[in-house]
Design a binder for this molecule. Structure first.
Ligand SMILES: NC(=O)c1ccc[n+]([C@@H]2O[C@H](COP(=O)([O-])OP(=O)(O)OC[C@H]3O[C@@H](n4cnc5c(N)ncnc54)[C@H](OP(=O)(O)O)[C@@H]3O)[C@@H](O)[C@H]2O)c1
Length: 389
């Protein structure tokens, strides 16, 4: 359990100075809303907005209100039923049939605590300690073990806190844990404009690594290239951005490998799979490592024997949920470091589009944000921002 003795010491969260009480009835019950689903399927078909009330915090309970919660690809996969960690379906929110609340990441403010809670006080800010809590809801009853407390700060916004524990943590671990890259060395990645990709690009810049960043060709590609080049510190810092079409051109590829010193990189980060994953291998050096962490193309990675036999490539997978459960102490240290980068402006936010979730927000508005998150070439991370109005 997270204890006050081990807070994220050097990081702080910009806090709401007051605790809103608008949702609390005279009897101490909190009027709450949650998106829920009772069977797997497409979000637009299976999600519905459910109203319920939450009892006053009792014993070890902590009643929280959500401040912000992103919509990540894994959340969608979980609703579809194609994600390995399945949510538990229960009737705890008073539904006739068992349901689950989607959403894996989020930032919360503590509203009230039960008599045996010693490590949180009302007004505290926290993020979810583990995935699969169910964060697409206005309020929830949690326990200390669900929450990672964040001291108050003028530097970190709830949006930043709500989006730190999946994407930046994934990028951080993949750059640290597979190949001991030294400053000046290269890594390569696809989906470089994604949440994970942008974090990897920026950690690379902060740690002195050089990177080749592949994105899908699109209208307005020059603007995206400029943006990513800037995040990486520009060409002088060793940042290269190219499209999937350019990567498929042997001449362009040769130019990129020349730029990398005539050899490929030892580390590749693959979010896409399919042909894009195999194309990325063309930028790896003999003996290099490809870490697959996503499958955005929904296509399998089909390996030719030559990649294994003659090029001696090594293939790995990475799942931040498993890593986080297995390394709780290291996770806090890593978050502390990442929050420092955010507070200092070294790590920039992903472009976000927020949907305000208020008491009278309609189910359709919430579902529209979820739908936008599934559109390719969307460009912005969809995030729910909760307002107690
Ligand atoms: N293993 C882990 O622990 C872990 C942790 C975090 C994320 N992930 C996975 O990493 C992936 C990216 O997550 P994220 O939150 O960073 O994503 P995100 O910010 O929502 O961005 C989605 C990315 O996927 C690309 N994309 C979308 N549809 C595509 C398609 N059909 N083919 C190729 N690329 C496509 C988008 O590029 P365009 O702009 O070209 O559409 C964009 O770069 C997801 O698969 C997610 O589940 C895994």
């Amino acid at each position: 359990m997270f204890s006050l003795r081990t807070p994220l010491r050097h990081t702080f969260l910009r806090s709401a100075s007051t605790i809103p009480k608008r949702h609390i009835t005279v009897f101490g019950y909190t009027q709450a809303k949650a998106l829920i689903f009772s069977e797997h399927g497409q979000p637009k078909d299976v999600l519905r907005l459910h109203s319920h009330s939450i009892s006053p915090a009792y014993g070890d309970e902590i009643v929280v209100r959500f401040l912000a919660a992103p919509i990540n690809p894994a959340d969608i996969n979980q609703i579809e039923g194609v994600y390995p960690s399945k949510p538990t379906f229960t009737t705890t929110l008073g539904t006739p049939t068992p349901h689950a609340v989607p959403g894996n990441e989020g930032a919360v403010q503590v509203l009230s605590i039960g008599s045996s809670v010693t490590d949180f006080t009302p007004g505290d800010m926290a993020i979810m300690r583990h995935t699969a809590f169910g964060t697409w809801r206005s309020h929830a009853t949690a326990r200390s073990s669900n929450l990672l407390k964040l001291p108050k700060s003028p530097s970190i916004t709830p949006l930043q806190a709500a989006t730190v524990s999946v994407n930046p943590c994934t990028a951080y671990r993949m750059l640290k844990d597979f190949v001991p890259l030294q400053p000046g060395q290269w890594f390569v990645q696809n989906a470089a404009n994604s949440g994970v990709g942008r974090a990897a690009l920026q950690f690379g810049r902060i740690w002195g690594l050089k990177s080749v960043n592949v994105v899908r060709h699109r209208e307005g590609i020059e603007e995206l290239k400029r943006e990513l080049m800037e995040l990486g510190g520009g060409g002088e810092a060793g940042t290269v951005v190219l499209t999937d079409q350019e990567l498929a051109d042997p001449e362009v590829r040769k130019g990129v490998i020349d730029r990398m010193g005539g050899k490929g990189a030892m580390l590749g980060l693959n979010s896409v799979g399919g042909k894009a994953g195999i194309d990325l291998c063309k930028l790896l050096d003999t003996g290099g490592h490809l870490v697959t962490y996503g499958a955005m193309s929904k296509k399998p990675l089909t390996l030719g024997a030559g990649l294994l036999i003659f090029r001696d490539l090594h293939f790995h997978g990475f799942w931040v949920s498993r890593w986080s459960d297995q390394h709780p102490v290291e996770k806090e240290a890593m978050l502390e470091e990442i929050f420092r980068y955010i507070a200092s402006g070294e790590l920039k936010d992903v472009p976000m589009e927020t949907t305000v979730w208020k008491r009278d927000t309609k189910e359709e508005e919430l579902k529209a944000a979820i739908e936008r998150s599934t559109q390719g070439f969307g460009g912005k991370k969809q995030v729910f921002v909760f307002e107690d109005e």
